[in-house]
Ligand binder design. Structure first.
Ligand code: GCB
Length: 615
């Protein structure tokens, strides 16, 4: 028995190690780096010939048939059955699905290869390969050696390159990308969005000194319940030094505030706690960011950080001590008119400008962490953010390895964005079906999120049972006791009857907490007009919104906002109505060509009213 427990423990710690990363370098934009974006050659390998031998055993690292090893025969007698050539190339960052018609539905393994030179290797430096995101599994090899493996399609990771491995000329970088869906993955087999595969975000070669600032966390201290930050607000956090040396000092400065503080670290994580001078608090109305410089003897990182407090206090959400109402919209990380994953600042601007035109002060970035360009831009534009991990629908809650995979993504999401003022809610999942096992799983995620970041609110989008609708509908999912904001997805009039159902419906929660509607919406094909009873017409969607917005007038006093579903029409293999959907979820307020539907204007005028009321 003892042996068994020991074995189980070993297994758990092995799986934890495999998924969780402790060396993630944050604020990658401020690091000395060379971009490895651009054209990469590829081999599509649905049978995984480059990874397994004919007995389906993983190939040895030195096996010349492995696709991570050179494709150039050493002499004319050598047999090579793999090869990389410009004829087969893809742009990175970018999903493969939109780049080649044959990849539209591809789910499987594809090998990416990039050759690169390094101008001058600095022998005093350390080098890392950084990926903004690869969907879903990435195995990374440099010059025939495996650097590491990462699981999770929407979060960043980096691997250190052993000193002797990097060459000045002719580095051979290969990434095996596998986007097959799996029952024990996060997300699982079933999602209502497109499984875009590939190296979907930036790739960089990062150079760091021997001891460097890997990560830091600098936020205003959570105020006492119901309190606003003091005139000279308290800030707290830490700086994490990679390869910390005894006696190392960290200097934090905020030049605009003439603030400078030197702290000597006692271990690799230097605790920060100080009061700042009087400053402008960050808010949607005034998204003030300060230039913050963090420096050690050998390294300097520069960031732009906004300072604000956020908390759920009784029935309200308080931003800088004042109640706010969230005028939100859900957004998928996709550019519909080009049928591809959104990537980089240009795409972020398109999506966020649409949200601003709608009158939003908040966006729910569904259902996975979006490109970092999004949260950088929400910081500078002043849009509050709900950021979520893809714990979606019915993942395998009883499998410990699945929990570890979800935790790894949670950790990477929080680590990447924990200095972004705009992010106010970490969401641990969406529409997870109630059971004890599920609640234990989700509670464990919430505990982890709170341990990693105690300054923000935690939520999850809960679901409604349409079969059991009454005139008073109570959101009493047991998860409600652990979240800070009770949020629910509600589609009365689309999934439950017709929109006039809203006239009889009322909503409440037994938890003394803020209540938020994290989704509501109806399909409409842009340009399809009919009477309002006709499903998929713009008129139906407009009627749906009208009834929903009327219903909101009867929401209880803990109602703190709404993020309807969804900004744009988006690709989904689940949506197969041949007339109206054709592989698109049509609940967008913008259609797939970027045209506004009628319902857009209803929500826009509701938000205008709310804004005028709140100012
Ligand atoms: C939901 C899901 C969302 C779907 C949406 C729909 O509740 O959270 O991912 O796309 O409903 O359209 O059914």
């Amino acid at each position: 028995m003892k042996q068994l427990i020991k074995y189980a423990f070993l297994l758990i710690s092995i799986t934890t190690q495999a998924y969780a990363q402790d060396n993630l370098i944050t604020n990658i934009a401020s690091r000395k780096s060379v971009s490895l974006n651009g054209s990469w050659q590829y081999i599509a390998d649905p049978y995984e010939t480059g990874f397994y031998d004919y007995r389906y055993t993983e190939l040895k690292e030195s096996n010349p048939d492995a696709y991570w090893n050179t494709d150039v025969p050493s002499n004319k007698t050598e047999k090579k059955e793999h090869g990389y050539t410009d004829k087969y190339s893809l742009q990175v960052p970018g999903d493969w699905n939109h780049q080649k018609p044959e990849f539209l539905y591809y789910e499987g393994t594809l090998w990416y290869k990039k050759s690169f030179d390094v101008k001058k290797i600095n022998t005093a430096s350390r080098y890392f390969i950084y990926f903004g995101a690869v969907n879903y599994r990435a195995d990374v090899y440099l010059n025939g050696k495996k650097l590491g493996m990462h699981i999770g399609g929407f979060t960043p990771f980096n691997f250190e390159i052993p000193a002797a491995l990097l060459k000045e000329n002719g580095n051979f970088l290969v990434v095996r990308v596998d986007n097959k869906r799996g029952a024990d993955e996060v997300p699982t087999l079933n999602t209502d969005w497109w499984n875009y595969g590939g190296i979907t975000r930036d790739v960089k070669l990062v150079e760091e000194p021997q001891t460097f600032i890997q990560d830091y966390f600098l936020q205003l201290k959570k105020p006492l319940v119901g309190k606003a930050p003091a005139a000279r607000p308290e800030a707290e956090g830490w700086v994490k030094l990679n390869n910390w040396k005894h006696g190392e000092a960290v200097v934090i400065s905020i030049p605009e505030l003439k603030f400078k503080k030197r702290v000597v670290s006692a271990n690799d994580s230097t605790a920060l706690s100080f009061s700042l001078p009087k400053l402008q608090l960050w808010s949607p109305e005034n998204p003030k960011l300060y230039r913050v410089v963090i420096a050690t003897a050998t390294d300097t990182v520069v960031d732009k950080i906004g300072f604000r407090t956020i908390q759920a206090a009784g029935k309200q959400v308080l931003l800088n001590g004042k109640p706010i109402f969230m005028r939100g919209i859900c957004i998928h990380g996709e550019i519909p008119d080009e049928v591809r994953r959104a990537v980089g600042p240009q795409d972020a601007r398109i999506l966020l400008n649409r949200a601003r035109e709608l009158g939003c002060n908040m966006v729910r970035l569904a259902h996975y962490p979006h490109d970092e360009a999004m949260t950088r831009m929400t910081d500078s534009l002043g849009l509050l953010v709900w950021s979520e991990i893809p714990v979606y629908w019915t993942i395998n809650f009883s499998n410990e390895a699945v929990l570890q995979k979800a935790k790894a993504q949670l950790k990477e999401m929080i680590t990447r964005d924990h200095n972004k003022a705009s992010v106010i809610i970490w969401s641990v999942g969406n529409e997870t079906p109630i059971s004890d096992t599920r609640t234990r799983f989700m509670h464990s995620l919430i505990t982890t999120a709170k341990r990693l970041d105690s300054t923000r609110m935690i939520s999850a989008a809960l679901e409604v049972n349409y079969a059991a609708l009454k005139s008073m509908n109570v959101i009493d999912d047991p998860l409600g006791q652990y979240v800070d904001v009770v949020s629910f997805n509600e589609y009365l009039g689309w999934y439950g009857g017709l929109p006039d159902q809203c006239r009889k419906a009322n909503w409440s929660t037994p938890y003394n907490k803020p209540l938020f509607i994290s989704e509501t919406g109806a399909d409409a094909k842009g340009g399809f007009h009919a009477d309002s009873l006709t499903r998929f017409s713009e008129e139906y969607q407009e009627w749906y919104y009208k009834e929903q917005l009327d219903m909101l007038k009867r929401m209880p006093d803990n109602f703190v906002g709404i993020s309807p579903w969804v900004l744009n029409d988006f690709r989904s293999p689940k949506r197969n109505n041949p007339l109206y959907q054709e592989g698109w979820n049509r609940k967008g307020l913008y259609d797939d060509k970027g045209n506004k539907k009628k319902a857009f204007y209803l929500l826009q005028s509701y938000y205008k009213e709310i804004k005028a009321r709140d100012n």
